[in-house]
Design a protein around this ligand. Sequence first.
Ligand code: FAD
Length: 405
Amino acid sequence: TERIVIVGSGQAGFEAAVSLRSHGFAGSITLIGDEPGVPYQRPPLSKAYLHSEPDRDSLALRPSQYFDEHRITLACGKPVVHIDRDNQRVELIDATTVEYDHLILATGARNRTLPVPGADLPGVHYLRTAAEAESLTASMAACTSLVVIGAGFIGLEVAAAARKKGIEVTVVEAMPRPMARALSEAMSEYFSTAHTDHGVEMRLSTGVEEIIAADGRAAGVATSTGDVIRADAVVVGIGVLPNIEQAALAGLQVDNGIVVDEYLRTGDPHISAIGDCAAYPIAGSAGLVRLESVQNAVDQARCIAGQITGSATKYHSVPWFWSEQYESKLQMTGLTTGADTHVVRGSVDSGAFSIFCFAGDRLLGVESVNKPRDHMAARKILASDMPLTPAQAADTTFDLKQAIA
Ligand code: FAD
């Protein structure tokens, strides 16, 4: 393999390029992205970046000279519009083509848009890119009230940032509890209370029918419960859709993600997919999963770089993720869908505790708040497949490290 082309210059695409070089890959690397500028990290966009003066350099994963020094050709601001598998090349919007021996698809995901009247009014914000974060920061500087639609991680991080600025915040969520897709009921409850305690009005089990306008701008929302909530701006955080259309047009299999095997390869041996856009089989779980996290993007990128430069190894990392809301740092590891037993370790009231999620006696994952040691131990336990019983998890005198030793 001489020529690697990577489509998408986000966390996964960037890491694949870096990792190829650190594994000693000597051929050409072309990293193509449709956003302008050098690759940058997204997690701060809903956290610290909302509190600071816009400074793209602080987000950059590496300064621009890094790419020159490592002979990584960065083609920014130019989307790939066609994958030509027969001729092993991709076509960019400016009609240039780049040939590959191996193609890595790292196209990530885009915001799911709200399908209601008024959703495209000025003053309605989404949050995926640095440009969107800057627009939201400017809007928040001028507003006294905000409606957040969607109580997922991004929506709730924005709610916390807005409260810190003294903005009145209402969160509207269709599900009966926040972050319901990802967290146990008890953890949802903890964060729901944290937001209420910080002055957020949580409207759960409530849909949005319309974004109402005043003077041509968003001025609030009309809810499914018949209420009108007025606000100076609206943030929509209702999840993402994977960018899979080009892969599908090229005849690759897609299923809520570009389908890959345990080696992260698509049905075409010359094409892999990694990060938010990839749907892959995970040990111990039926069907395919598509994860949206920095860990998943980075570890998959490293795995594919290792395979290109060395021998085929299956992808088998333990997933982990974090979020920050007020003084609570949440860290999660494992996949907890299907958990039927939840064990609390520590005291919820103290604001530092973990919830161990089991299916029967099998540990599926752990959610920790301000307990980085529990989180790190849990990652090791899950990676080593060591047995840990619910009783041991609940017993704070039981040293978790013992389970790994
Ligand atoms: P992306 O970062 O989406 O990058 C894909 C890139 O490919 C994009 O620039 C896209 O525009 C580009 N692209 C798509 N199609 C084409 C094309 N045809 N041609 C060229 N380019 C294309 N994760 C955590 O673990 N912890 C957090 O706290 C956390 N916070 C987050 C906060 C926010 C506001 C957001 C948006 C995400 C957060 N995440 C967090 C998730 C994490 O950032 C993503 O999982 C990660 O960025 C995925 O990397 P990726 O490279 O797969 O996709």
